[in-house]
Write a new protein. Sequence first.
Length: 164
Amino acid sequence: MKMKSNSKKALKILAKRMTNIDWAVIGSTNMVLQGMDVSPKDIDAVVSIKDFDRLLDIFPDVIKRGKEKINTISGKPVWDIKLKIENTEIQILTEPKDGTYVTKLLSRKIVKIKIDNVLIPCLSLKAEAQAYRETAREQKAELIEDYLKTKSERKILLINSVLG
């Protein structure tokens, strides 16, 4: 699935404004950026808890909803803000250092995807699948794991065809 041009623009604006912040794209937008065929409705990102409050100063012109605590399946604390950039809804969340997504962010389970010479940090698909499992979203975890397996099998076939 190709990403909408306004979503690409929104991601580039996020990246340009969030320099010196630990953050990464997560969710279906992350999956699309890494080659999966899914249809994101919005952009989701995670930031470290130490950087979260800085977002209000970085994005004063595009805040749709300020900081709010949200309920989770695990019962662990999670906070988010909602932005609207280039007509694209963006949810940025944070959680304590031992949270599902933040632990992966802080342990640098990140890949960088280039959009028009702008590097976008994204959670690795393996880490994304693990986060989905930890949050009881098995179907999404399996979707990613199947994609990674198929991608790996294609690489093996390509190598074998090159080696003859």
